[in-house]
Design a protein around this ligand. Structure first.
Ligand SMILES: [Zn+2]
Ligand SMILES: [Zn+2]
Length: 366
């Protein structure tokens, strides 16, 4: 079928909006009319040639929409159902079978490397092949193909257009606090980097009754939003500021949990330095050089460091749970969103990079 999609092409730093042909869904596939899709940093990394994503490709992995059509074998959803799309997994490996699909053995192959390249979900322009299947969805398109594993039915009274961001960045942050670090009521938390992942974490820390929630960022505008969402302490990071010391000044003794969302080595180092005895550090993007945990300090303090993918989310349960909380007014993730018409995708990438917006979200005119 004919679709309008944003294509990432080799050697180009910008998306191009193009009219393409989307392959027909097979027996196990689900065709979704996308009504809203978020822009995540991983899309931008892939656009710039990182993450092992073959090109040309349609990216996009925070889609939400309405089921248009399903293959014969699909049982989970039916046409007309509102859904959120999330990361793909194999459904069969040890991690998938034991309830940890975020650590699927096929994560890279299925989400980044297009291991299913000849299966439905690819695109064409004339006779030219264009990769699909990015996070099992490639949803920078007004129609996309997904599978049962990564299609999550949601309640009809929720604001569907903005729900896609729960499928990656927001569940990553919220799940990191609620599942991976298992923050408890009364604990003290520091969050390094309060973009959409960090703010998802912050809202979760507030939700579970953490006593202190300190937000660290290089941008004043993000700290202002962190304050609005319930941060009790703010630190404007800069090369002159010893963040760990600042946190210990705000929270004597240090914090129980620290989460790094920046991937900066120096940030992770400060995050580790901000922990109290038996504190837990989590990271959701691989720390760059400069992070050298002192193992003796870690042992003597009983500290732990945890790598986290997708907030240990089991999306079939966690995404509907976050939507319930949102509709109860306890998880205001809508505050993160700035909407753009799909055609302004490159403007949105620039605005996000400059810190003018937290989470761009694209909508499609019918
Ligand atoms: Zn698996
Ligand atoms: Zn993402």
């Amino acid at each position: 079928m004919k679709v309008r999609a944003a294509v990432a092409r080799e050697g180009r730093e910008q998306f191009s909006i193009e009219d393409l042909e989307l392959s027909e869904p097979g027996p196990n596939d689900i065709l979704v009319r996308i009504v809203g899709v978020g822009l995540c940093h991983t899309d931008v990394k892939a656009l710039r040639g990182q993450m092992g994503v073959p090109k040309p490709a349609v990216l996009g992995h925070e889609g939400a929409g309405i089921i248009e059509r399903t293959g014969m074998q699909v049982k989970k959803v039916k046409p007309g159902d509102p859904v959120v799309l999330t990361y793909d997994c194999c459904g069969q490996c040890h991690a998938c079978a034991s309830g940890s699909p975020a650590y699927c053995a096929q994560t890279n192959a299925l989400n980044f490397e297009d291991a299913r390249e000849r299966e439905p979900g690819f695109y064409r322009r004339g006779t030219d092949f264009i990769h699909g299947h990015f996070f099992g969805q490639s949803s920078f398109s007004n129609y996309a193909i997904a599978r049962e594993q990564n299609t999550i039915p949601v309640r009809r009274d929720a604001p569907l257009e903005i729900l896609g961001i729960l499928g990656c960045s927001v569940q990553t942050g919220a799940g990191a606090i609620l599942h991976s670090l298992a923050a408890q009521e009364g604990e003290r938390v520091a969050i390094f980097g309060v973009g959409s992942v960090g703010l998802g974490a912050l809202m979760a820390a507030v939700l579970c009754g953490c006593r202190e929630v300190v937000a660290v960022d290089v941008l004043e505008s993000r700290l202002t939003m962190a304050r609005q969402l319930g941060a009790t302490g703010l630190i404007l990071a800069s090369p002159r500021v010893r963040t760990a010391q600042e946190i210990r000044r705000l929270v004597p003794g240090g914090v129980d949990c620290a989460l790094d969302t920046t991937g900066r080595g120096d940030s992770c180092q400060e995050a580790l330095g901000s922990l109290r005895t038996k504190g837990r550090l989590g990271f959701v993007t691989v720390p760059a050089e400069g992070f050298q945990p002192n193992l003796a300090t870690m042992m003597l303090g009983g500290l732990s460091i945890r790598g986290i993918v997708q907030g240990d989310s089991v999306p079939d349960a966690f995404i509907p749970h976050l939507i319930d909380l949102h509709l109860e007014g306890r998880f205001p993730f809508d505050k993160l969103v700035t909407k753009y018409p799909f055609e302004q995708i490159n403007q949105a990438v620039a605005d996000q990079a400059a810190g003018r917006v937290v989470k761009p979200l694209f909508t499609f005119s019918p």
